[in-house]
Write a protein of this length. Sequence first.
Length: 853
Amino acid sequence: MHFRPKRQNHSGVPPSRLNHSRVLDTLVKNLEGMAYRCLHDAGWTMVFVSDGCHELCGYASSEILGKTGVSWEEITHPEDRRRVRDCIEDAMRSGRRFAVQYRIVSKSGQIKWVVERGVAIRDEQGEAALEGFIEDITARRATLEALEAAELRYRNIFEHASEGIFQSTRDGRYLAANPALARLYGYDSPQALMADLADIERLLYVLPDRRVDFLTLIERDGEVLNFESEVYRRDGSRIWISENAHAVLGTKGEFICYEGTVQDISERKRTEAHLQLMAMVFSNSNEAIMVTDAGNRIIAVNPAFRRLTGYLPDEVMGKDPRILSAGITSPEVFSDMWASLDRHGSWQGELWDRRKSGEAYPKWLSISLVRDADGQIRNHIGSFIDISELKATQERIRHLAHHDTLTNLANRFSLHEKLGQAIAFCKRNHMQLALMLIDLDRFKTINDTLGHQAGDELLIQVAQRLSAAVRESDIVARLGGDEFVVALPGIGSPADAAHLADKITREISAPYLINGQELRTSPSIGICVYPGDGTEIGDLLKNADVAMYHAKAKGRGNYQFFTEEMNIATTERMNLESDLRLAIARGEFLLYYQPQLDLRSGTIVGVEALIRWQHPTRGLVSPADFIPIAEDSGMISAIGDWVLEEACRQLKAWQTRGITHIRMSINLSTGQFLDKTLPARIHELLASNGLSASLLDLEVTESMSMASPDESISVMKTLSSSGLTLSIDDFGTGYSSLAYLKLLPIHTLKIDRSFVKDIESDPNDADICDVTVLLAHKLGLEVVAEGVETEAQLKFLLSIGCEKIQGYLISKPLPADQAERFIRNNPPMNDLGTIDLWSSPEQSPSIEENCPA
Ligand code: C2E
Ligand code: CA
Ligand code: CA
């Protein structure tokens, strides 16, 4: 068929007219009957075309043969002409075979694909011709193109898939792997992956055996199965993958390879794990959690919700959370809640809900909004806890902060608060306020001897009595220890406070029953008044304290008002206390002895040892002034011991000088009395001085012995068992229980001076003396009247049968030498009638005028 462009000079086979040479004839003969064959000469004139060629291009052979026919060049598709010509010319020149695919346009305009394979040939003259075999490949080419396209598509999928794709052998090698697979396992290319992984299972899978089982399974079942597993990447990190794989089988069912896809599902696994965790948090949370939808209908609740509210999930699903409400939360709370949700997307606060059981409870609720990407509300998440216990605890803490735990009275903190309010009230209304500071007498002793528990119980009962004694509007507080405060706002005059102080003294001094024992104490009360004594709380408390010390100094169980002089007295007391500490070492103490007269015999039968303090600047200080200080500051035991020692020494001295009938009375302080070592100490002193115990008398005050009578009984029994006697001092001033009095192993009652004093003028006091003597005799006790100053008193005492007296009428307390003289001047006698001693006081030897009485 082919031709070269007419203008082009041909170098290989020179163009020449193609004759019907012999060669050509032979060839034509050979070609006859063969489809799509043609022969053209060097001048591209078609010399022969087979029948098939007609079929191919739609032209009859006559139409294309010879110089006049349609040239093949025209039949060739214009776009392919140049390519075909180049190919033909090359073949002519080189003599090589050629094959070229190109399109032709048939007579009817149909485009067909052909392949022409040909060779240049020469006749005898060396004329070149071309023999071409043209084949219609239109159909084949379409298939091929489709195939190619398909192949390309698959390759594209394979190359560009985001999933890993593989084919592998049974012994764990990759036959094919795509770039995604390589990437997935951390390799640069599929080649690198395939080169590196000679044993897929062992090198890749965290649990290789599971993968082997999986492969066995897909081969057996012959279907695509899915398998999730954890694998190592090239860098050693682990990822989770999901594989879909199947076994590829040949036509006879023989195994060819495994084929499958692999996906990295680590993210999904992480999300799953996270979700699982979230679900666990949701179910295991101790907080009740409730999720609602955009319309605020409940869509999920957790187990804690059920525990807390009592509702089963089914009972609340789809409902508005309002069904939980107790209906007592104020509407403001809700409007605040919605406003905050709107503004900040969250809210926290306290609400009151009702459990299914109907019980209302406070809860602490936190709500957050969940919005979708468009900002639309998707959910509300509410979590809450029951805070009823918390609130109770808070209330308790508040109470504790304001109250004294032991007595439940207001504590110091809350006293300040209440006092502040009360003072402000009084200020506005131009009123007065009385502030009382109350301290329990001998509390420390009770606490020390009977134990803290008894002490605590005593404080509790005192608190109860105090609360009962005052009005509702009064303030009662405990400052700590045994210190209480009572404040009376709005009093008319200080006398009101005095009345209450009287009442409190009576109430507090009444016996207590603690652990089956009867105990006693008394209050020392210091009172100051707002605004006269101060306008600030601190000042008022300080001044009440000063007054209270004053009360203590006055002998306890009484009340005192604060005055400026009291401030001075307090300073005084401080000085005295520091001097007192040095008094023993400096030998400033001495004993005076006050004679006791036996009215039956008219004889001086004994003396009471009374301590004096020879102060370097103050002169003689009365024990009434320093004994309370000594007791409060813990110095009393040393002083008491000194007294015992000195009294025994003196007694012995007198004995050696012939005065053998005198008994010695010694005053005991509370601390001494309750000191367990006292009996041994006395025994030791008696023994070392060679004295008989029967010469000793110990005086214990009534209030001391009655503070804890059981304790007193046992101490007294021990003391008296050695042969000494015991007296109850100041009898009548305390609150003796007759029942106990009977049990005490005592010998004498000493009628207090205060009763003797007004014996003539006050019938009441006279009665007390009378009754005391009667009582004493009934109990088999003797009576000593103290403070007898007048003959009238003496006569009265004689008339009621009092056995002994002591007082200025006989003698003031005297220094040892004078006391000795006094005793010698009044020797023991048998006939009372001959004694006229007390008819003229001037007969008394000179008495120490300095001695305070
Ligand atoms: P008391 O045991 O009641 O002692 C009697 C007090 O009355 C003594 O005061 C004494 O001087 C005084 N007195 C005696 N006769 C008369 C009188 O006719 N008229 C007046 N107005 N007073 C009279 P004193 O010596 O000042 O002692 C006061 C208190 O001090 C004593 O009261 C006693 O409780 C305590 N006391 C004295 N010495 C000691 C001691 O050695 N140890 C202890 N623990 N206390 C002592
Ligand atoms: Ca006494
Ligand atoms: Ca007394």
